[in-house]
Design a protein around this ligand. Structure first.
Ligand SMILES: [Fe+2]
Ligand SMILES: [Fe+2]
Length: 164
């Protein structure tokens, strides 16, 4: 049986993952508005992934006869000054999510919830990947420093995400 404490913590994390999806969708809208469809594509893929993270936790709760309690999703930021600012925001947001996953893992240890520990291992590896991806794009944008041609090249590259 899942404890009430773990159940509440999982419901909180579902909300954070769905908020992440909402935030990245807002960033996609920002890039569409700036006519950068490749950047927008990257954000659409990211938003879908975050919904998937929420669903993994949703399913984990159900598999263990826990109760899913969906909470209201806060409205995300809708505007940024530059593409670099957007990706710095992604980087900060992912660092906060990593901290939240780590706290969940500590809770799973404390509560001796072994199945949740196993489920969280996937999230721990995923956060390494998420932080790496964000850092890479931040660094590339810092190199570009608003040079139009290079931004368009990066837009083309990010447009390929999720399309094999
Ligand atoms: Fe996530
Ligand atoms: Fe993420």
């Amino acid at each position: 049986m899942i404890t009430k404490t773990v159940q509440n913590a999982i419901n909180e994390q579902i909300n954070k993952e769905l908020y992440s999806s909402y935030l990245y969708l807002s960033m996609a809208a920002y890039f569409e508005d700036k006519n950068l469809p490749g950047f927008a594509n990257w954000m659409y893929v990211q938003a879908e992934e975050e919904r998937g993270h929420g669903m993994k936790l949703f399913e984990h709760l159900l598999e263990r006869s826990g109760k899913v309690e969906l909470k209201p999703i806060a409205g995300p930021q809708t505007t940024w000054n530059t593409s670099l600012e957007v990706f710095k925001h992604v980087q900060e947001h992912e660092a906060a999510v990593t901290a939240s996953i780590n706290t969940l893992y500590e809770l799973a240890l404390k509560e001796k919830d072994y199945p949740f520990q196993v489920a969280l291992q996937w999230f721990i590896s995923e956060q390494v990947e998420e932080e790496k991806n964000a850092a890479e794009i931040v660094q590339q944008l810092e190199l570009i420093d608003a040079k139009g041609t290079a931004v368009l090249m990066l837009d083309h590259q990010l447009g390929k995400r999720g399309k094999v």
